[in-house]
Design a protein around this ligand. Structure first.
Ligand code: NAD
Ligand code: ZN
Length: 367
């Protein structure tokens, strides 16, 4: 039986179902909540090759014959051109407002399909069937959708919550190991933010999470509970939701510094290095013990994730250039920055006044 986690958003509350074999039950779970609706499935070529037949079978048992739109895999798919393709496909299938857009893929497909669902006919029903670990523990929950602009990542989008999330933990068996590890960084993030017992549990049980035993579903469920909690408290990120950015300030700078070249660094790897740096930086500022920073580094290393800048292949720009990626504007770089820092494992907090000069000397030391 799957685990159910509820996202408590009042009359927009929805369930996240987590467990093996959920693709074959997709039609039943969808029909129960959204009876009599038609659907379009948005997916990418990798996911379609491995799992589309299983999903279609699961839907057809409940008489849902979806229109299918298959896009190329990769971050570049989160574009205006592909948004138009999805919008046009949904309209061509003559779907109405109450019909369903199903995102079947990783975070790229979830963000793009969710955005399309949010704007076609001013907001259609939306169901997430995340297939990457990152999407199952993070992007499929919480309602942030969108695409990239030439001026930066995730700059165009809407908040549009799904009606249901189905996280089939077996589909992760076909995920490339590097992508699995990258998603694992986001999973461990919840322990580091405010669930120290979960982090300690992961240190003991991570091999089973990778191997796909019941521990995998357990870990994903705990991550979804953590995300659902934050989202229910702060849906539109006016406060606490920013804690989810732990590791992301350094991480995004490293992604930008490597030109978003996924052969060098994928998002979750940037987050892994970013989390290690956030802990090390907190210990340098005498906020946290160096032992905690060492514990985070050791765990990331144990699972095979990069944890320091030297682990990124190729040359990195110097510390000043990295700081400018963080600050994005020279005025800020001379002043103060907002960072997620920590007092120790499971004790992250939002620091709004970190001097840029401290960040710079830390980056010089770590480079
Ligand atoms: P992704 O969607 O590109 O998937 C990673 C790769 O794995 C792709 O090549 C994909 O085809 C493949 N794949 C996915 N599932 C598979 C499976 N079961 N078997 C085989 N291959 C599979 O990337 P991602 O890491 O899932 O998501 C990253 C995106 O998520 C970024 O664009 C990021 O901005 C976004 N994101 C959004 C939120 C949010 O709250 N909306 C949160 C975090 C990240
Ligand atoms: Zn992330």
């Amino acid at each position: 039986e799957p685990v159910t986690v509820e996202v408590g958003l009042g009359d927009r509350a929805y369930d996240i179902l987590i467990g093996p074999g959920l693709l074959s039950r997709a039609g039943a779970e969808i029909s129960r909540r959204l009876p009599g609706t038609r659907a379009a499935v948005i997916t990418d070529a990798n996911v379609a090759a491995a799992h589309l037949e299983a999903l279609k079978d699961g839907l057809e048992k409940n008489d849902i014959q979806p229109a299918v739109i298959t896009l190329p895999p990769g971050e570049k798919t989160k574009s205006f051109a592909h948004l138009e393709e999805v919008v046009d496909g949904v309209l061509a299938a003559r779907l109405e407002r109450g019909d369903i857009v199903i995102a079947f893929g990783g975070g790229v497909i979830g963000d793009l399909a969710g955005f399309a669902a949010g704007i076609v006919r001013r907001g259609m029903n939306f169901v997430q069937i995340p297939t990457s670990l990152l999407a199952q523990v993070d992007s499929s929950v919480g309602g942030k959708t969108g695409i990239n602009s030439a001026r930066g990542k995730n700059l165009v989008g809407v908040f549009h919550q799904p009606k249901l999330v189905l996280a089939d933990t077996e589909v992760l068996d076909t995920l490339p190991i590097r992508e699995f590890r990258a998603g694992y960084a986001e999973l461990a993030k919840y322990g580091l933010i405010d669930r120290p017992a979960f982090f300690a549990w992961l240190e003991e049980n991570w091999t089973q999470v990778f191997a796909g035993g019941p521990e995998r579903a357990q870990a994903i469920a705990e991550a979804c509970r953590a995300k659902a909690d934050v989202v229910a408290r702060d849906e539109f990120e006016t406060g606490d939701r920013a804690l989810l950015n732990l590791g992301h300030t350094f991480g995004h700078a490293l992604e930008a510094a490597t030109q978003y070249d996924g052969t060098r660094l994928v998002h979750g790897e940037g987050v892994a290095i970013g989390m290690a740096l956030a802990h090390r930086f907190s210990s340098r500022l005498n906020l946290a013990s160096p032992d905690d920073a060492a514990r985070v580094e050791a765990h990331l290393r144990a699972v095979g994730l990069p944890w320091r800048m030297a682990d990124i292949p190729g040359d990195l720009p110097d510390a000043e250039a990295l700081l400018s990626f963080i600050a994005q504007d020279k005025k800020v770089s001379r002043g103060a920055l907002t960072f997620i820092l920590t007092r120790g494992i499971g004790q992250a907090f939002i620091a709004k006044d970190v001097p840029a000069s401290e960040v710079l000397s830390f980056l010089k030391e770590m480079h």
